[in-house]
Design a protein. Structure first.
Length: 277
């Protein structure tokens, strides 16, 4: 077996790995559930490579993500559910169907008209999906309802953003940032009260409300909360690394350093960043 640029080779490799008698012992016992965490992890690693603008890593991570698609498809094929070819057919059909202005005659010739057309097509797809499920006798659809299209398995910050965007489509939204800031202050007060009461469940609830409100202000000022937090995480890593290396240069350790000492070095890192910017 040799490497190839043809997708069929990857499908052949996965089939060989899953062969009960001659395949890989680890791959053979995997299920949708057991490899699901790896699928999510690979998607994050793709995002990380993009953020670092590392094309070598991006190529590698996209391959790992593609492998996850092939892996899931192989398991489904063994169950008689669908194959990788069915996955490709489904997505190509969807892209053609959702872009009639590209692949067929359509009056949509502006970004706004394309967006309206996209929404109408997706709405029809939801109706068709509901009909298919009903004919097959399937139970309650997790995607039912106006917010049903917002996936629950994505990061909570992203889910909150998508829920707010969807609700805003029917006017359930603030008209300006200032009322959201007032809401944030209200949630902070309620969090303080919950902390004073010493009830962990209440604290968790109020903290969630506060974060949800913070996501909302980010949406109104057109700042993706996930990217904003990721930027802060990167900044925290950089500044904490400065603390670590500065201590090491002076023969000190993180474990032995006082909070005051680390705070001084933190402020030093901030001053360096300001001078460079």
């Amino acid at each position: 077996m040799e490497a190839s640029k043809d997708i069929s080779r990857l499908i052949e490799i996965m089939e060989a790995l899953r062969q009960p008698e001659t395949g890989c012992p680890w791959d053979i016992v995997q299920t949708f559930e057991t490899i699901k965490p790896y699928t999510v992890e690979e998607a994050y690693e793709v995002a990380d490579a993009i953020e670092r603008n590392d094309m070598d890593d991006l190529c590698d991570e996209l391959g790992d993500l593609l492998l996850q698609v092939v892996f899931h498809s192989r398991i489904a094929e063994e169950m008689g559910a669908f194959s990788f070819g069915d996955v490709v057919h489904a997505v190509t059909s969807k892209m053609i169907r959702r872009h009639p202005h590209v692949f067929a005659l359509s009056p949509a010739d502006t970004a706004e008209s394309v967006k309206l057309q996209w929404d109408a097509i997706k709405a029809q797809e939801k109706r068709d999906r509901a009909e298919r499920r009903a004919k097959r006798g399937l139970g309650d659809d997790a995607k039912a309802g106006f917010l049903g299209g917002v996936q629950r398995t994505q990061p909570a910050l992203t889910e909150a953003l998508k829920l707010q965007e969807q609700a805003a489509r029917v006017g359930f939204d603030w008209s300006a940032p200032q009322p959201i800031l007032d809401k944030i202050e209200e949630e902070v007060r309620e969090l303080r009260e919950a902390l004073a009461e010493g009830k962990p469940e209440k604290v968790s609830e109020e903290l969630g409300d506060l974060i949800f409100a913070l996501v909302n202000i980010g949406r109104h000022v057109r700042t993706d909360p996930e990217n904003a937090l990721r930027g802060t995480n990167t900044k925290f890593r950089r500044r904490f690394r400065h603390i670590e290396t500065s201590l090491a240069d002076n023969g000190e350790t993180l474990e032995a350093a006082t909070l005051e000492r680390m705070e001084d070095l933190w402020q030093s890192a901030k001053a360096i960043e300001r001078s460079l910017s």
